[in-house]
Design a protein around this ligand. Structure first.
Ligand code: ARG
Ligand code: ZN
Length: 844
């Protein structure tokens, strides 16, 4: 059953007040609800329908008189008065039997909830839609020392807690937690002087992994005050870490719930990358308090209203806390890997989709990351000052609302006077725009001709030109900046811009800072690219030219059996040796396009990618880099070693990242001795894990893997790394077999999403292993998706995306994948989630 944006109608009733009482029991939890409804003056709909799934109705009444509602699989309907009334119901649910991790469920003995998007209907009968907002009071009875819900505590005794959340909210922001938990406590004073108690709740044993998350929370609170003028609005802010969680984290009002991997960290157990991700997710969920909670979404088609904006805000935060160029480059790498793949394949959909079957399938890179890029473009187009003015108006005008993308754009139109009709296509059209640039040079004038083209897709069969902000600079022959960055606005299918009085011909540096999420086709010569790589004042484009040179060289190695390109190796060598540059940036410069990116590039050029050949040239290029850096790598490695105590900040992390990039080159060229030494001496996970990866790659990892396992057996999050790394670093012929072996390990708890993803997310990420010509990668993943689907449809459906690029491979692989897709689809009682994903991927 498909749901359409165009069919939106408001709910027929308004809720004035909700009171819930939980009596917790693993298999027989009772939930009583008392809800004050009245007819919605803005609606003529008088059918009274409440969502409810998997609930055992014990009894219901209206204004105290028992009623017998009509029940279906999706909920209930009931005759109700044409006047305000009190609905009361009692249901029984089974949290311990809830393996889907949606609604109220149990994780290692604790109760917790995940309600977004439509999980609240598994807790009680309710209009489970985001445009129905209400004030909640919650009572919890249970034998646990810690009993939490949203808002402020009203009364607490042993085994009994009462909570009141004064801010009206939709049901998806409801949360409840109960368990034997320890609080890492702190406090924060807001700009206007409100004291807020902060707690990070963890299971006993994890207390030492809380300090960093708490610091990140306080930094986020301060940042949102300074940059967006947004203060926190309750006396209490709680975060809870949960081991079994389908996603990263959830912004429930005043009670954020986190996948433990997204909040717990200590130097010994978490890598620098983990610390950075945790900082960003803490910020993301905290920022939702304004962009998501105070202003929420009218319906789930508007998901990007809160997610795109909140991702944009958390990326600004990270850029401020760490290095802005490094953050931008990392985001672009990620965007191209995940969002571009989605936008250019069978799962393509607009940032604001117009239909869905299962909304959980639309928490995508397009809604989140392209959604954030759209905000970034808007800011580039109107300028910083106008952007923040518009945001002030947005918070003013829509506080307390369940809003739409139209509301959002209207705020910008009203505050800037700009017509955003065309800009709105970024929300309504799927597909990655391709922008082709050609140049003419005459008498000191450079003309840039732009042509934009959006490839038609089934989601957007007839795309129209979009507004594309293109940041441009011109770099002179001596490397000086002839024209400083300016924003060109493409609005037409074809458009030209002329720059006069230039003297000598400059090199155009186009799409600086990746000013729009497009594919740029700009035919520069290798010399011109090398010139930008050496001199561009824009760090993104410098990096980008290195990346393009690498890609071109790798493609020539595949197609023409060419040698690795000297100019590329020399250019990278020069940048990486430049000690005036940030080590983190130098480390990024050493990265190669991923094997999946190369497959895309080949496909785009009309070739059929061969995963084994792509793997082979990637290895050969790494060998060539190792040889080119043979002399300097040990020196840089040495210079990157840190004497001071471990800190997860950008400075130290950057040095470790460059040091570990050198370690890879050294291991390739000189063997595993240095990696073994680093493994033996490591006092932090960043160093230990990087050393281990190098040892496995050098086929010298068996002892280290065993030592690592016995050292970390007790730590789930570290063991996830142990599982994942073995698959990621396996030879292509072995990756599927290694994954299969690991599923037999006593600690392979496949019902835990983190552990499942450690093995199968890594297999899917191993391009040459997953796409092994034998088909064993496809088969293994399909076997396990079939097994997981009845247990956890949401995680199963997400994992199906591993198959989304299937159409670009050869006929043999395509046939094998199609057979696996059909095999999964033929499974009896396959979930709606997985069915929708696979039918979209497979096509007809
Ligand atoms: N709103 C959460 C976040 O972005 C994600 C929740 C996703 N939940 C889901 N069932 N898909 O911060
Ligand atoms: Zn979010």
């Amino acid at each position: 059953q498909t749901i359409y944006l165009a069919d939106y109608t408001p709910f027929g009733y308004v809720i004035d007040d909700v009171a819930l009482t939980f009596t917790l029991d693993p298999h027989h939890t009772r939930v009583k609800s008392r809800i004050a409804f009245r007819p919605n003056p803005e609606s003529t709909e008088r059918r009274f329908f409440l969502h409810g799934e998997g609930l055992k109705l014990i009894g219901a009444s209206i204004d105290g008189a028992p009623v017998t509602p009509e029940l279906s699989d999706e909920g209930l309907t009931c005759e109700v008065p044409d006047a305000p009334f009190i609905w009361e119901a009692e249901v029984e649910i089974d949290p311990a039997g809830n393996t889907a991790l949606e609604g109220l469920y149990m994780s290692n003995g604790m109760y917790c909830t995940q309600c977004e998007a439509e999980g609240f209907r598994k807790i009680t009968y309710y209009p489970d839609r985001p445009d129905v907002m209400a004030v909640f009071s919650v009572t919890i009875n249970g034998p646990h020392p810690v009993l939490l819900s949203n808002g402020n505590p009203v009364a607490t005794q042993e085994h009994h807690a009462e909570w009141h959340d004064p801010w009206p909210k939709p049901s998806y922001l409801f949360a409840l937690v109960a368990g034997d938990l320890i609080a890492h406590a702190d406090s924060f004073t807001t700009r206007s002087g409100r004291d807020v108690a902060l707690n990070l709740y963890v299971r006993p044993g994890d207390e030492h992994k809380c300090a960093f998350g708490m610091q990140a929370l306080k930094a986020s609170m301060r940042w949102d005050e300074h940059v967006y003028g947004r203060e926190y609005d309750l006396d209490l802010f709680n975060i809870v870490a949960v081991d079994d969680f389908n996603m990263g984290a959830m912004e429930n009002k005043g009670l954020n719930i986190f996948n433990s991997s997204a909040v717990l960290a200590s130097p010994e157990t978490a890598t620098d990358a983990n610390f950075e991700r945790i900082e960003a997710i803490i910020a993301h969920e905290y920022f939702h308090n304004w962009t998501g909670n105070r202003i929420t979404c009218r319906d789930w088609f508007q998901l990007c209203l809160k997610e795109g904006l909140t991702v944009y805000r958390d990326s600004q935060f990270t850029a401020d806390m760490r290095s802005a160029p490094v953050k931008r480059i990392s985001d672009v790498i990620d965007l191209r890997a995940r969002q571009f793949a989605e936008d250019q394949g069978p799962l393509a959909h607009p940032v604001r989709p117009e239909s869905f079957q299962e909304i959980n399938n639309f928490y995508t890179a397009t809604v989140y990351e392209k959604g954030a890029e759209v905000i970034g473009m808007l800011k580039r187009l109107v300028g910083d000052a106008a952007y923040y003015q518009a945001l002030d108006l947005y918070f003013d005008r829509h506080d307390g609302d369940a809003a739409t993308i139209e509301d959002w754009l209207k705020v910008f139109e009203d505050s800037t006077g700009r017509d955003l009709t065309q800009f709105k296509r970024w929300y309504s059209q799927a597909g990655t725009p391709r922008v082709k640039v050609t140049e003419t040079w005459q008498d000191g004038s450079l003309t840039l001709h732009f042509a934009q083209h959006i490839p038609p897709s089934s989601a957007t069969p007839d795309p129209q030109p979009q507004v594309i902000p293109v940041a441009l600079g011109l770099v002179g022959p001596n490397g000086d900046e002839v024209l400083e960055t300016r924003m060109l606005e493409l609005t037409e299918a074809e458009q030209s811009f002329r720059f006069d009085d230039l003297g000598a011909r400059p090199v155009a540096s186009i799409l600086r800072d990746f000013s729009a999420p497009v594919v740029l086709e700009h035919d520069l010569s290798d010399d011109e690219r090398a010139h930008l790589l050496a001199h561009d004042s824009d760090p993104f484009n410098r990096w980008e030219q290195g990346r393009i040179l690498a890609r071109q060289s790798l493609l020539a190695m595949i197609r023409e059996n060419a040698d690795p390109d000297r100019a590329y190796l020399d250019g990278i060598h020069a940048v990486v040796s430049d000690e005036s540059l940030d080590p983190a940036y130098r480390a990024l410069m050493l990265g190669l396009p991923s094997q999946s990116d190369l497959a895309t590039a080949l496909h785009d050029a009309g070739d059929v990618p061969d995963p084994a050949a792509i793997h082979k040239v990637s290895e050969a290029m790494r060998d060539a880099l190792a040889a080119r850096f043979a002399e300097i790598a040990p020196r840089i490695y040495q210079a990157c070693q840190i004497d001071a105590p471990y800190r997860p900040d950008a400075d130290q992390a950057g040095r470790r990242s460059l040091g570990n990039a050198m370690l890879s080159l050294i291991t390739r060229h000189h063997g595993p001795a240095k990696a073994q030494a680093q493994f033996d001496a490591a006092d932090n996970m960043t160093q230990q894990l990087a050393a281990l990866a190098n040892l496995i790659r050098a086929e010298a990892g068996d002892a280290a893997l065993a030592a690592f396992e016995s050292q970390w057996q007790h730590d789930r999050l570290v063991m996830d790394k142990w599982f994942g790394l073995q698959v990621l670093e396996a030879k292509p012929d072995d990756a599927a077999d290694v994954a299969e072996q690991l599923t037999r390990h006593a600690d392979f708890n496949w019902k835990n999403p983190n552990r499942f993803r450690a093995v199968f997310g890594s297999l899917a990420a191993h391009h040459a292993g997953f796409h092994h010509v034998s088909g064993k990668g496809y088969r293994l993943l399909a076997d396990w998706l079939i097994r997981l689907d009845p247990v956890n449809p949401q995680t199963t459906a997400r994992m199906c995306a591993a198959f989304q690029t299937w159409a670009r491979y050869d006929a043999a692989r395509r046939n094998m994948i199609r057979a696996e897709l059909d095999r999964i689809l033929a499974t009896p009682k396959l979930s709606r989630d997985t069915t929708e994903m696979l039918t979209r991927i497979r096509g007809t």
